[in-house]
Design a protein around this ligand. Structure first.
Ligand SMILES: [Zn+2]
Length: 183
């Protein structure tokens, strides 16, 4: 169901009187929340309204970590898995920690802390791993230029991409391509 103006205001104002009356799902993030959720207000066109909390689950939405609409606590491990999924789906775009924490529905500091505690690494480091690995594959399997590849893996600055690539793999992207591609 699309959101009515009254419901949108309730979400905007974290109106407690609507708790357990409806739940809202966010199409762009595939997560659903209570109206009282303190997370950033989504765009109106991305919101879908449900009148039971089971329906959004059936429709494939995941419960929000912050407001826990099912009343169950999402474990840190589950949350980290979700963060990894978001990283894999969004690494080609510019992705700040702020944007990531919005997509994963948690605060920036909580996200960074939890991610580190579970995986031993930071979300930024994991994002870089994903980007460089995707870049490595593209160097081998495409004829794109280094600049084009850098852009496609979400690193706008080609100089930075080259530097990080060398740091990870010991060669510059072009050296790597020459050594590993059959002519
Ligand atoms: Zn929420």
């Amino acid at each position: 169901m699309t959101v009515t103006e009254t419901q949108y205001q309730a979400i905007k104002n974290n109106d407690k009187s609507y708790d357990n009356v409806f739940w809202y799902a966010v199409k762009s993030t595939k997560i659903f929340c209570r109206p009282t959720c303190r997370s950033r207000l989504p765009k109106k066109e991305n919101i879908e309204i449900y009148y039971t909390k089971e329906e959004p689950v059936r429709a494939g939405y995941r419960p929000c970590k912050r407001c826990q609409p099912l009343g169950e606590i999402v474990s840190n491990e589950e949350w980290v898995q979700e963060i990894d999924t978001i990283l894999l789906q969004n690494y080609q775009q510019k992705l700040t920690l702020e944007e990531l924490s919005y997509l994963a529905r948690g605060s920036e500091s909580n996200l960074r802390h939890t991610y580190k505690a579970v995986t031993g690494t930071t979300p930024q480091k994991r994002l870089m791993d994903i980007r460089l690995e995707a870049g490595r594959k593209k160097l081998l399997k495409t004829k794109l230029t280094v600049k084009e590849i850098a852009k496609e893996v979400g690193i706008g600055n080609v100089g930075y991409f080259i530097r990080k690539f060398r740091e990870y793999y010991g060669d510059s992207p072009l050296q790597f391509r020459m050594k590993n591609t059959e002519i």
